[in-house]
Design a protein around this ligand. Structure first.
Ligand code: ADP
Length: 484
């Protein structure tokens, strides 16, 4: 039901991204802390044990020295001092004769596990350490047995109770710290992911409100972090484009409705008049011919509109020909020369930078563009005037200017000349639907270029087509070859 879930219904918490991220963050945090704690615990135990082992070994050496200097009584006195200082439950000390009878010892009662069984296996000067339970049975201890070079034995037991209590306290602290870490990890994870997700939520909310119909809304762009900012900007840009497309669609629909209504009404009028009045065959034929002409014009308008839409949306299959612009304009000049001469208008072509006069794209489409511009230039220029086509090509850009000495375009009309169905006052008496320049602009833009206009009423107009230069085209040698 994911896709069916409406966006303002909240999903269960375990499916929220912030919750999952927080959980993972906390688990990772805890896992790592636990690992560190276990390592610490292990190394602390190992360290304490080796410390006690080292102490016991040193003590054996110390008691051997006392035995040599002060005899058995000296050792017993030292044993007593140790027990008095440490406590009977903490240490056990014994000195044994070579026949393993006791010469000196502390109270063995708290140390029932201590025996003399292992002494027989000790070689002269050898010592052995083994773990034993401490007198309270809850802790452990270490027991060392050594055979002195003169054959006597020393036994010592040491309780690890104090050290283990320290470890227990340390564990308690670690446990408490672990709980604090867990809570902090979860809290911190929640805070961080929630903050990031708030911006994503805001995007989703805006998208939901837009889906409900309010296309004017935009995501607020603030200081939310670069990634979210980029997402927001891209989102707003997309909305702007959709908004503009919808507006254009609305305008086009209005224009189409408006512009198609007149020819359709005309067709209907002609058909009605013929049906009710005409009885002669020649009259029928004449009306039918006129209807066919009107239909052709309608189809022409519709086709041009489809071409503009295709070029604007980039839906059309993009041709990738290498087009020699100088040749193309030369052909156009040849084609329009008779019309221009008939009207008494001169038509010149001037090419600068022949070696770079190539463009990549659709030849027939570019032909349409320049044919429209030249056609307009002749159409809006009175007899005695002139039209000049200039090509200036460099490696970085290609400019074609179609300039005329015609009636010009009013300043307030200049921004609208590329709009679909726009027709200036000067064009009322001439043929056309106001689609030629819109198509030219859509085609040039789909070729990565642009088209500009400059004009002065009574003096003439200048349309400039800019296209990417030849250095953006591979296989230039072949293309230039075609240009010569
Ligand atoms: P149309 O079929 O009306 O020529 P276009 O889209 O080609 O449609 O041109 C739109 C309008 O721009 C024209 O109706 C005209 O008013 C103006 N226009 C275009 N080219 C020129 C020009 N060379 N001189 C004066 N006006 C022009």
């Amino acid at each position: 039901m994911d896709s069916a879930m409406s966006s303002n219904e909240r999903a269960p918490i375990h499916r929220m991204l912030w919750f999952r991220l927080t959980l993972r963050f906390a688990a990772l945090f805890t896992g790592l802390t636990l690992l560190v704690f276990l390592l610490l615990d292990y190394s602390l135990r190992a360290h304490f044990r080796s410390e006690v082992e080292e102490d016991l070994t040193l003590d054996i050496e110390e008691f051997a020295g006392i035995l040599e200097e002060e005899g058995v009584d000296g050792v017993q006195a030292e044993f007593d001092r140790e027990v008095e200082f440490e406590g009977e439950e903490t240490v056990y000390l014994a000195l044994l004769a070579p026949d393993r009878s006791f010469l000196a010892r502390t109270d063995p009662a708290p140390w029932p596990v201590v025996d003399t069984d292992g002494l027989a296996s000790l070689a002269l000067g050898e010592s052995k350490i083994r773990p034993i339970p401490a007198p309270d049975q809850a802790h452990s201890g270490l027991f060392i047995e050594a055979r002195l070079p003169d054959g006597r034995y020393l036994q010592m037991a040491d309780s690890m109770k104090e050290k283990e209590e320290l470890i227990d306290f340390f564990r308690l602290l670690l446990g408490a710290a672990l709980v604090v870490m867990l809570v902090c990890g979860f809290g911190l994870g929640w805070f961080i992911t929630r903050r990031a997700m708030i911006e994503v939520d805001r995007l989703a909310d805006t998208a939901t409100r837009i889906a409900a119909g309010d296309l004017s809304l935009r995501v607020p762009i603030g200081n939310q972090g670069e990634e979210i900012k980029r997402l927001g900007l891209a989102f707003n840009e997309m909305l702007g484009r959709i908004d503009a497309l919808l507006l254009e669609l609305k305008e086009v629909t209005n224009n189409v409705a408006h512009d198609l209504r007149s020819p359709i009404t005309r067709i209907r009028g002609m058909a009605e008049t013929t049906l009710t009045g005409a009885s002669e065959l020649p009259l029928f034929q004449e009306t039918t011919g006129a209807i066919i002409d009107e239909c052709d014009r309608l189809v022409g308008i519709l086709n041009t509109m489809l071409e503009i839409a295709e070029a604007n949306t980039g839906m059309a299959d993009k041709p990738n020909d290498l087009v020699n612009i100088a040749h193309l304009l030369g052909d156009a000049q040849d084609m329009f020369l008779p019309v221009a001469e008939e009207k008494g208008v001169s038509l010149d072509l001037q090419v600068v930078g022949t070696e770079h006069c190539v463009a990549r794209g659709g030849e027939s489409k570019l032909q349409r563009v320049f044919a429209n511009l030249i056609d307009n230039a002749i159409k809006y220029t009175e007899a005695g005037g002139g039209v000049r086509i200039q090509v200036a090509a460099t490696s970085s850009n290609l400019r074609v200017t179609v300039e005329d000495t015609g009636c010009g375009i009013a300043e307030q009309d200049l921004p609208r000349v590329f709009d679909r169905f726009f027709r200036g006052d000067s064009s009322r008496s001439s043929n056309g639907y106001g689609l030629g320049l819109a198509l030219a602009q859509a085609i040039i833009r789909s070729h990565g270029g642009d088209i500009l206009v400059a004009s002065e009423v009574g003096k003439g107009s200048q349309f400039t087509v800019c296209l990417p230069g030849s250095n953006s085209i591979r296989h230039l040698a072949a293309a230039v070859g075609n240009c010569q």
